[in-house]
Design a protein around this ligand. Structure first.
Ligand SMILES: CC(C)(COP(=O)(O)OP(=O)(O)OC[C@H]1O[C@@H](n2cnc3c(N)ncnc32)[C@H](O)[C@@H]1OP(=O)(O)O)[C@@H](O)C(=O)NCCC(=O)NCCS
Length: 138
């Protein structure tokens, strides 16, 4: 049975590297902002399978470095983690959630109601688009 818990930034780094930046050394994976963020991990039978990092501002919440270990992709773990984040962000009263989506992952976020904004950019050989979802409290 999978469960989600808050983890230290260091625990995200290996999955971040292996999934998102496979050619980079581990010490390049750290974000300057990591110490100010909150990091969530989804575990199944004590294996850390999917991670993301959250950075909160007054009304909005950004998540970054969302990654599921490759052998476990497409099995619903990422959806479980993102649904958890959407629910907790809504419950905490945030109005907007957003991310810099890799263009090739935009279809994944669309399924959760994220829409592409007009802001897109190219970084490190990859195309990104900012995607956002307005959160509605009851
Ligand atoms: C994107 C990612 C985090 C999703 O995690 P996951 O555990 O694979 O997600 P799920 O298994 O819950 O996928 C749910 C659905 O989205 C689909 N999906 C997964 N990645 C997708 C993508 N890049 N584009 C479109 N659909 C995608 C799955 O096929 C699945 O479809 P289904 O419900 O019709 O079966 C994971 O695939 C990953 O780490 N990808 C590589 C890194 C990456 O692109 N990260 C995002 C950077 S912005």
């Amino acid at each position: 049975m999978a469960h989600i818990e808050q983890i230290s930034p260091e625990l995200t780094w290996r999955i971040r590297r292996d999934v998102l930046y496979p050619k980079q050394p581990l010490d390049k994976i750290r974000l300057a902002e990591d110490d100010y963020g909150m990091h969530l991990g989804l575990f199944d039978q004590d294996i850390l399978i999917s991670v993301l990092s959250i950075f909160k501002s007054e009304n909005s919440i950004q998540f970054r470095k969302f990654a599921t270990l490759e052998p476990y992709q497409g099995k619903g773990y990422g959806s479980e983690l993102l649904n958890y984040l959407l629910k907790t962000s809504t419950d905490e009263g945030f109005e907007r959630i957003w991310c810099n989506a890799r263009k090739n992952a935009s279809g994944f976020y669309s399924k959760f109601g994220f829409v592409e904004t007009d802001h897109s950019f190219h970084k490190d050989g990859l195309d990104f688009v900012i995607m956002e979802k307005i959160l509605k409290n009851k």
